[in-house]
Design a protein around this ligand. Structure first.
Ligand code: UDP
Length: 139
């Protein structure tokens, strides 16, 4: 089934110069980039994006980190792309991420883990709508 998902290259990934490498991995898997832009979120915008985590102990630190510099936000499109992107990303904790995944290769910290990817169709719909309107998604 063709799906869409939201991907973010987080501020650590942009700062460390792995934007191109992350995008290359998506493209080499046959994933289509249906929308892409750079943004620098305010902490309030990051709080809105991560609202599901607002009770978690890492919420303040996470939203400060996500607003610390520019990110790349993308809509990825392809067969089962929600799960496929999660596979390419690897586990949240880079120490548990499978070898060859983006987080295993580039993450430095459980928080600074290079990429975000939606985890289900419902969250993908919310997250894509948070950053993109219909005119920004190319066919
Ligand atoms: N995070 C953190 N500490 C934790 C768990 C998560 O700093 O103990 C951060 C990390 O950047 C992670 C994000 O919060 O990517 C969202 O957490 P989630 O559990 O949704 O992980 P993900 O879906 O990004 O793998």
């Amino acid at each position: 089934m063709t799906e869409r998902t939201l991907s973010i290259i987080k501020p650590d990934g942009v700062a460390r110069g792995v934007m191109g490498e992350v995008i290359r991995r998506f493209e080499s898997e046959g994933i289509r980039i249906a929308a892409m832009k750079m943004i620098h979120m305010t902490q309030a915008q990051a709080e809105g994006f991560y609202a599901v985590h607002k009770e978690r102990p890492f919420f303040g630190s996470l939203t400060e980190f996500m607003s610390s510099g520019p990110c790349v936000v993308m809509i990825l499109e392809g067969e089962n792309v929600i799960a496929k992107n999660r596979e390419l990303m690897g586990a949240t904790n880079f120490k548990e991420a499978a070898p060859g995944t983006i987080r295993a290769d580039f993450a430095t910290d459980i928080e600074k883990n290079v990429v975000h990817g939606s985890d289900a169709p419902e969250t993908a719909a919310f997250e894509m709508g948070y950053f993109f309107n219909n005119f920004e998604i190319v066919g």
